[in-house]
Design a protein around this ligand. Structure first.
Ligand SMILES: [Zn+2]
Length: 640
């Protein structure tokens, strides 16, 4: 039997594999490109199809198909083996446990979970409602199969029990993001886990190579109002799932994108699924979040032509909000598709696929689209209108990565509003100068550690808690087990905490793998380094990169570390623990009270709402139920 790596090499062509990452140009018998591993202007990266090797004459790196994928994707050999085996259609035998990596184990778990959910969707009576919903949305059986759509049962341990029966541990299931840690201080007092996804329609999220790495889960239709967790929940960041690097459907669409030299980016998962079902196979979805630099890089592997199908009517700086500025900065050709007579592509396609085809054909260059929108809204014939329009358009023009493109649109704008091109250019330069670069902004934050005097008591407590947890990391676990990012007050605190949790989980993971043989301390320099890399950082749901960018994690860290030294320099570990417990309870109580006020408002609103009696009483019952649970928890806390 041939060894699997030889089998893979025999089936794959190194040129085709590398071409998925880099634009290769023929150079005699070989191919060349600029090197992805060092900065250079003249290409010195060579690939030999004959020898099936690559080498860079600039930095000296080189090797075979495996070493390329290892370098490029930062994988170990066995991880690269898994990735390439999939590509080559080579089945790997059950690997020697000593040879599996944690990453591969997590990939196995998520893949198995996807199959599990899929089977439940197809066969289980409990999934009848989900099947009905997908039928109503006009998804065919083939589509449901191809996308491995699934249903998670309405139970606490079904998935975990299944995965355990297949040899996976609770810890592994947790690290794959599929379970949630129970709070040991409530219920039976025993620590343990429960399934994260319950009673939801499951959409597997694949990486670009088609491996399932996580899920986005939609609440069952009809339960949207009462579901506290929200309409969609996602796998949290894990070792294999980083949402900033995933585009929904790209694994299926990439070859069409390349062939058509264009990609259509829609907002919702169902938009992408329906478009592909109707033969628009170059459609992917952003899942409603802002496009990240990593995602733009992924798309640019296949095309430079981006068709956007977003709801662009929303107010505000659209380019920034949707991360379109990233694509502009990367000098992509962007066009905007306007869907007429339907609320989204999904609806348009269900109604008549030809309308969608027409909408793509009629797509406008992005800037033209903006011009039309802005001048439809502001009257360019009078000064205030013209001034407002200029302001908005200059901000968009400033985001182009190409100076030539900026010049082109400045000229066009001056013609459009019939104003002197030079004075417009002056205004433009002023605007650009005012956009302080992030590096300068960061420095300012460090120089002026903004102590906000007006900050609320809860914001101050949140800060103290983070400072304590940083100084006494042994108690950090306690904080994680009791508070989510939303329990903290203040966007900077929330953002830092969200990312500290990710960092801390990575640390624990490493610590567990090393058999616990190093002291579990948070190394400041390492943490700062990690927080300084925007690629590591997670956003809050619904938050955009730009909004988050106002809260620099590394400078928050600096400030809080100094604050800890100032306020807690003489604290013992016990004192710190007592203080942490105290603050955690305070913040939790604050959150519960806020939620209680919110629910009370919802009840008042629901009472006034004109609903069928049965629906109304169900809605009210649910809200009352939550209110009661809140009141009980609040009572308990106040007794303590
Ligand atoms: Zn190089």
């Amino acid at each position: 039997m041939p060894n699997p790596s030889d089998e893979i090499k025999a089936k794959l062509d190194i040129v085709e594999v590398i071409r998925e990452y880099l634009p290769l140009k023929a150079a005699g018998l070989n191919f060349r490109s600029t090197c992805p591993f060092h900065r250079e202007k003249t290409p010195s990266f060579m690939v030999s199809p004959e020898k099936q090797i690559w080498h860079c004459f600039g930095c000296g790196k080189g090797g075979d198909i495996f070493s390329f994928v290892m370098e490029m994707e930062r994988l170990s050999f066995i991880e690269a083996l898994r990735l390439l085996a999939k590509k080559a259609g080579v089945a790997l035998r059950k690997a020697d446990p000593a040879l599996t990596s944690k990453r591969n184990r997590l990939l196995d778990i998520v893949e198995l979970a996807a199959k599990f959910y899929h089977k439940i969707l197809l066969d289980s009576p409990a999934a009848a409602g989900a099947r009905e919903y997908l039928r109503e949305r006009a998804l065919t059986n083939e589509t449901i199969e191809a996308w491995q759509l699934g249903y998670s049962p309405d139970a606490w341990e079904t998935l975990a029990n299944f995965l355990k029966s297949r040899g996976f541990s609770e810890d592994e299931i947790f690290l794959a993001g599929l379970s949630v840690k129970k709070d040991p201080s409530t219920g039976s007092g025993r620590a343990g886990f429960y399934d994260r996804f319950r009673a939801r329609i499951m959409f597997p999220l694949n990486d670009i190579n088609g491996s399932a790495v996580g899920f986005t889960a939609r609440v069952m239709p009809g339960r949207e109002e009462t579901e506290k967790m929200g309409k969609y929940i996602n796998t949290p960041s894990t070792m294999i799932y980083d949402k900033s690097k995933i585009l929904f459907g790209l694994d299926k669409a990439k070859m069409s994108i390349k062939a058509e030299d264009a990609v259509v980016l829609a907002e919702g998962q169902l938009d992408a699924i329906m478009a592909q079902q109707h033969g628009f196979t170059n459609t992917i979805a952003s899942s409603g979040t802002a496009l990240t630099a990593e995602q733009v890089k992924l798309i640019k592997r296949y095309t430079n032509n981006l068709f956007l199908s977003f709801d662009m009517d929303a107010a505000g700086d659209l380019a920034a909000e949707r991360g379109i500025a990233q694509a502009q900065g990367a000098e992509m050709n962007i066009k905007v598709i306007e869907v007429k007579g339907a609320k989204d592509p999904d609806e348009c396609l269900r109604h008549n696929p030809e309308n969608w085809r027409q909408a793509i054909t009629d797509a406008k260059p992005m800037m033209q689209y903006y011009f039309d929108k802005v001048f439809a809204k502001y009257d360019k014939a009078d000064f205030p209108g013209q001034n407002q329009a200029i302001k908005i358009l200059l901000a968009v023009i400033a985001k182009f990565g190409s100076k030539l493109e900026q010049d082109f649109w400045l000229k066009k704008l001056s013609q459009e509003v019939d104003t002197n091109e030079n004075s417009l250019r002056e205004k433009f330069n002023e605007y650009v100068k005012k956009q302080i670069s992030p590096a300068v902004k960061n420095n300012e934050a460090v120089l002026k550690p903004a102590i906000d005097l007006k900050q609320s008591r809860e914001a101050r407590l949140s800060e103290l808690l983070l400072a304590l947890a940083l100084k006494f990391p042994a108690h950090f676990e306690y904080v994680i087990n009791h508070l989510g990012p939303d329990d903290l007050v203040g966007p900077a605190n929330q953002r830092l905490y969200r990312n500290l949790v990710i960092y801390y989980n990575k640390l624990i993971d490493l610590w567990t793998r090393e058999g616990g043989n190093f002291d579990l301390a948070i190394n400041y320099l390492d943490l700062k380094d990690w927080l300084s890399n925007p690629e590591n950082l997670a956003l809050a749901d619904g938050q955009t990169e730009n909004q988050a960018g106002d809260y620099n994690c590394a400078s928050s860290l600096d400030r809080l570390v100094l604050l800890a030294d100032k306020d807690f320099y003489d604290y013992s570990a016990e004192q710190a623990k007592a203080e942490i417990i105290n603050i955690v309870a305070n913040l939790r109580l604050n959150y519960l009270n806020a939620r209680r006020r919110e629910i009370t408002k919802l009840i008042t609103a629901a009472e006034k709402e004109n609903l069928p009696p049965a629906e109304k009483s169900e809605k009210l019952n649910n809200l009352m139920g939550e209110l009661k649970a809140l009141a009980e928890e609040i009572n308990l806390m106040e007794i303590k």
